[in-house]
Design a protein around this ligand. Structure first.
Ligand code: ADP
Ligand code: MG
Length: 878
């Protein structure tokens, strides 16, 4: 039966999209064909059953300075040169055929360069049938016994016809025609015969026997982005000029009418279909082969007539399987449109994937080749975008509409189904560069995922309905046979009886004396009467038997009806339960959605908190670091300050001590000078009294103080003469010294140390010592203005007073001073005074002048407090 697709493709059973989020990657298989006889160099090596290795041919290597490396590509499975068509089918197409029988869609295409074995893989050759004939064979082997006798033409409504009607229909057709119906006797093209050997025949498991099946095939070719129906029967119109799909008018062609291109449409389920495409219902493998072959022939003729290159077109063979469940009795097809499933398997032999340059195409052919390339390019782009969308979660538009091939397969990638690709490769070196591109595309295709088709729910009736029905029919026939009942025109008891009916003798009476005819007639009639009786009896018997069978059947039916009623009741209960459960599921779904929403919010909150936590932690860390830095800085400053403080403290301690010492000395000296003055005054006073008592002694002789104080030069020099400074002393050997060193003096580690031989060393001057000596020296220490200690040796001469006492007259001072060269130079620079600074001299002028006045010490007189140096606090030695 041939029909045209009008408007809509067969319905997809579930209008609602199945909620299936399981996905499978596109299954990519690689088949390596054997090297052709004319080819020598091979550039492909099968490494394992999933990997192949490409290596650049020698020429190419030389061109690229040998920098070319070997590349490996992995696929779901790699089929080497020894793989048979059967083995390939087993792995690649068999699962797709099983799917279509179980109401799932499939797409299988071959991809590769021209000559790589795409057509060989898809179609095959006599004795080596490819994937297409094997798929058809497997389908018919599996559903053969369960095929519907006729399928309704109306695809839109898909009215499922009663199987009894179909049977009657068939019977009517059979009686009208004499064409033999057995498929084996059909006219099969020899080229297509023996594609599959009987021992290779296979069958799908788990075929639903309680369904009725019908197979429809269509065969299209896409050339130059135009779709042609290869099964269309074109009426011959020799007058009207024809145009091919590409818009080229065909001249001078009265026999060949090129096919008109078809358009693609989308049905209400968003499935793409070729509008007005012929769909042929086929009942057997052979019939399907024949249809395919018809298409092939048409394709070949078109290619020749239109000067087309066959490798540049895509061919698509579509197998549609309609499947309708039987009713509860297993008798009729269920009259429920929603229960009818139509699944389809697309077998695509794509055009050669090589670039235009390689085809040496010219002119219009080049344009065609360009277009073909364009459609393969679109296929590549679609796969790329799909992959990107799936991997990166983007939502880019997939350009399916850019070419007919991709547009036709849109549903497979957008909807659900199993998609498989066989990448065919020719290992010859010439193909190397094209093969590289093919491999890259194939590897990328593997990363695209397609929604896994869901299992369709089977109708609610118990399984095994067809078998039970069949068994019942057989039982009925058997019983009827047993009873000699009429079964399908076979010779029965009744027939035998009818045949043994005695024929009536001639009934013409020859004359009044004819006494033979009547008695013969009577005899025959009697015989017949007897037989009639027998027949009536037989009839009654059979009727009775039939009645009993029918009654039995009736009771069976009754019980069946009861059973059905019972089942219906149960079904109702079950439905109620299902409804309840559905409600429950709804409730739970709502709840889960709510919870998901909450989880989402919580997740977001957690994220915010975590973000906060992270930033706070970072801040804490940075602050801690800063603190640590500051602490270490503080410690460093502290130690430095401590060092400075200790230094300063030490320095100041030293300085203070030095200053205290200096002050002490100064004070001591002042005190001593005061004492001396006091003593001198006292002496003057006492002397004056004595002078008053003695006659005419010039009072001024010994008392220099008033003279000096008056500052008037004395006309007569009195007292011992003052020796000039720096005068050389007498020879040391002749003089005796009183060496007066107050205990308060500090030991200085100076190089120059006063050392007076023959000296009487005293802490305080006493009369006894003075009486024995004629020279006196006082070692006096004081702090100079620069802070250094200077030692002065105040020298004087001892002479006897008239009163019998001892007096010392200071004559000169030797100064011993230690100084820091740096400080002194600084000082020099600043003051400009010489080493014998006037200041020092000046300081002492008063004392000196005063000390140059003779001191008269009486024998036995007390030296006074000025000499009690020991009274000062004891000093620490430096
Ligand atoms: P394509 O369709 O890719 O252009 P074909 O299927 O027409 O290539 O193959 C080209 C030639 O190579 C054919 O003669 C075919 O018989 C042969 N061939 C291809 N694949 C195989 C194979 N696996 N084993 C043997 N011959 C093959
Ligand atoms: Mg081909």
């Amino acid at each position: 039966m041939i029909r045209q697709a009008k408007g809509k493709t067969p319905r997809r059973p579930p209008p609602k999209k199945p909620s299936n989020n399981q996905k499978d990657p596109v299954g990519v298989y690689c088949r390596v064909r054997p090297l052709g006889a004319e080819d020598v160099e091979c550039c492909i090596e099968v490494i394992s059953n999933t990997t192949i290795q490409l290596h650049a041919p020698d020429g190419l290597k030389a061109n690229r300075n040998g920098e070319f490396k070997e590349t490996q590509y992995s696929f779901k499975k790699v089929f080497g040169i020894k793989t048979t068509q059967g083995e390939l089918f087993e792995d690649v197409a068999k699962p797709l055929v099983e799917d279509i029988i179980h109401c799932k869609n499939g797409l299988l295409f071959t991809y590769g360069v021209t000559g790589s074995g795409k057509t060989y893989t898809m179609t095959g050759s006599p004795g080596q049938g490819g994937l297409l004939p094997r798929s058809l064979d497997m389908i018919f082997n599996s559903i053969g016994p369960y095929q519907a006798k006729r399928y309704p033409d109306d695809k839109n409504g898909m009215e499922v016809q009663n199987q009894v009607d179909a049977l009657l229909d068939r019977q009517k057709r059979d009686s009208q025609t004499t064409v033999p119906k057995t498929p084996t006797t059909r006219r099969i093209d020899p080229e297509f015969a023996d594609m599959i050997s009987p021992e290779e025949a296979c069958k799908a498991d788990g075929v639903d026997e309680d369904s009725s099946y019908s197979v429809f095939v269509s065969y299209i070719e896409i050339y130059n982005n135009y779709i042609y129906d290869l099964l269309e029967e074109t009426p011959i119109d020799p007058i009207k000029p024809k145009w091919n799909g590409a818009g080229t008018p065909l001249r001078n062609n009265t026999e060949f009418i090129p096919p008109q291109s078809k358009i693609l449409r989308e049905d209400q389920n968003h499935n793409m279909y070729v509008a007005g495409c012929t769909e042929v219902e086929v009942k057997s493998t052979e019939e399907a082969f024949e249809v395919f072959w018809r298409g092939q022939k048409k394709r070949r003729i078109a290619n020749t007539q239109l000067n087309r290159e066959s490798s540049r077109s895509h061919s698509v063979f579509i197998i549609k399987l309609a499947q309708a469940p039987l009713d509860a009795d297993g008798d009729n097809v269920l009259q429920d449109k929603n229960q009818v499933n139509v699944s389809q398997l697309c077998l695509v032999d794509l055009a050669g994937s090589e670039r235009t340059s390689r085809t040496r195409a010219e002119g219009s052919r080049l344009r065609e080749a360009g277009n073909i390339n364009q459609s393969l390019m679109t296929l590549r782009t679609c796969i790329e975008v799909l992959r990107e969308n799936q991997m990166c979660g983007t939502n880019k538009m997939v350009p399916y509409r850019d070419s007919k091939v991709t547009h036709l397969f849109k549903n497979y990638f957008d909807g659900e189904g199993k998609v498989r690709m066989v990448v065919c490769v020719n290992p010859k070196a010439d193909d190397y560069e094209e093969t590289l591109l093919v491999m890259r595309f194939a590897e990328m295709t593997q990363e695209v995922e397609v929604a896994r088709p869901v299992d369709r729910p089977i109708c609610g009736f118990a399984a095994g309905r067809r078998q039970r029905n069949q068994a019942f029919k057989e039982e009925l026939t058997r019983r009827l046979e047993e009873c000699g009942g009429p079964v399908d025109g076979s010779p029965t008891v009744l027939n035998q009886l009818l045949q043994s009916f005695p024929p009536l003798p001639p009934c013409v009476i020859s004359g009044p004396n004819d006494d033979v005819t009547l008695p013969r007639l009577i005899e025959a009639l009697e015989k017949r009467h007897k037989i009639r009786h027998m027949m009536i009896e037989e009839y009654n018997k059979t009727a009775k038997m039939l009645k009993s069978v029918l009654q039995e059947q009736d009771s069976n039916l009754l019980s069946k009806e009861n059973f059905i009623q019972e089942q219906r009741g149960k079904l109702g209960e079950k439905e109620k339960m299902i409804q309840n459960q559905k409600n429950e599921i709804d409730r739970l779904e709502k709840k889960s959605k709510m919870l998901e929403y909450k989880i989402d919010i919580l997740q977001k909150t957690t994220n915010i908190y975590e973000e906060d936590k992270r930033s706070l932690q970072q801040e804490l860390e940075s602050r801690e670091q800063r603190l640590q830095r500051e602490m270490s800085e503080k410690r460093r400053v502290e130690t430095r300050m401590q060092g400075i403080v200790t230094d300063a403290k030490l320095k100041w301690e030293k300085e203070c001590e030095r200053r205290v010492n200096a002050k002490q000395l100064e004070m001591q000296n002042k005190l001593w000078v005061k004492d001396e003055k006091l003593k001198q005054l006292k002496a003057i006073v006492t002397e004056g009294k004595t002078e008053n008592r003695q006659p005419q002694r010039p009072s001024r002789e010994n008392d220099k103080v008033p003279a000096k104080r008056s500052a008037s030069p004395s006309p007569v020099p009195t007292g011992p003469p003052v020796r000039p400074l720096h005068r050389r002393s007498h020879s040391a050997g002749g003089e005796r010294w009183v060496d007066h060193k107050p205990t308060t003096n500090v030991d200085l580690d100076t190089v120059l140390q006063p050392n007076i031989p023959n000296a009487i060393k005293v802490n305080a001057p006493n009369e006894k010592a003075l009486s024995k000596c004629d020279k006196y020296v006082l070692t006096h220490q004081e702090v100079a203005s620069d802070g250094e200690i200077q030692t002065k040796l105040i020298k004087g001469e001892v002479f006897k007073t008239r009163g019998g006492g001892q007096a010392v007259q200071f004559t000169d001072i030797e100064t011993l001073k230690q100084e820091n060269p740096v400080a002194s130079s600084r000082k020099r620079r600043s003051s400009g005074t010489g080493p014998d600074g006037e200041t020092m001299e000046g300081d002492w002028t008063d004392v000196e002048t005063r000390c140059s006045v003779a001191l008269e010490m009486r024998a036995g007189s007390n030296l006074g407090p000025g000499y009690q140096h020991h009274g000062y606090p004891k000093r620490r030695k430096p």
